[in-house]
Write a protein that binds this ligand. Structure first.
Ligand SMILES: C[S@@+](CC[C@H](N)C(=O)[O-])C[C@H]1O[C@@H](n2cnc3c(N)ncnc32)[C@H](O)[C@@H]1O
Length: 224
């Protein structure tokens, strides 16, 4: 796919995503099966400004991490913020020449934006090592009750077109590519901040909690 400057046409949306997503990043990291990543090579697909891998490194240090995204200005921000961490951020075409490179891969709120889930599953199958695992979290799919209003909202500022997937589509693509598929709810620990400026997404305060019933983490594991 073509490169873009930023994913969101509104810079504020792009920047605020870090605060909105951080509790879910921490939940993904706490809930993943692997406790120790010291020797692991990890991938974040759709990394945006790189916050997930920085959070992962602080919580579960790893050997090296690659973040890929179409949004080149956000990748620049990620590179500027990486400090001394063993991280590299670049566009997804780097994956074309990779095979059996990563022990663990992640994506947070990215798979719902991808135009071809079968292609995505095949890329992950190639770049993961044998028995490698891909954790993909999202709450954006047709069965999520707030999705119709979220879709309109996100479409108003997304620089990539939005498909309209069922949760079944994600599982089917990875079954087809030869993965085992498991899932659990992605539940941040402790209190949840109710942002007053998020009414477009969470019209009722209780929606902040109800969303947890639909925010899921897939665990796609390669069989060999
Ligand atoms: C909703 S944002 C989530 C960003 C980040 N994972 C997070 O948790 O904050 C979706 C990201 O996926 C990226 N993206 C969309 N389509 C993509 C594609 N085909 N390949 C790589 N990245 C893509 C966007 O540029 C954007 O940075």
């Amino acid at each position: 796919m073509e490169q873009i400057d930023t994913w969101a046409k509104i810079q504020n949306e792009e920047d605020l995503m870090n605060d909105h997503h951080a509790p879910f990043w921490r939940a993904m990291i706490s809930q993943m099966t692997e406790a120790d990543l010291h020797n692991a090579s990890v991938l974040d697909f759709g990394c945006n400004q790189g916050g997930f891998l920085r959070t992962l490194f602080r919580m579960k240090p790893f050997k090296k991490g690659l973040g890929v995204d179409l949004a080149v200005k956000s990748l620049e921000t990620a590179e500027n913020l990486k400090g001394n961490m063993p991280l590299h951020y670049t566009t997804p075409d780097i994956l074309n020449s990779m095979e059996h490179e990563f022990d663990t891969a992640f994506s947070h709120d990215v798979i719902y934006l991808l135009p071809d889930l079968n292609e995505h599953a095949n890329i992950l199958k190639r770049v993961l090592k044998p028995n490698g695992v891909y954790y993909a979290a999202t709450g954006c799919y047709a069965e999520m009750p707030l999705w119709p209003i979220w879709k309109k909202e996100v479409e108003s500022y997304s620089n990539v077109p939005l498909p309209d997937y069922s949760i079944n589509d994600f599982a089917r693509a990875f079954w087809k590519a030869g993965f085992d598929v498991a899932l659990q709810k992605c539940i941040p620990q402790g209190f949840v901040t109710c942002w007053p400026d998020r009414e477009a997404y969470f019209p009722e305060v209780t929606d902040f909690l109800k969303y947890y019933d639909y925010k899921i983490i897939f665990r796609f594991s390669k069989k060999d």
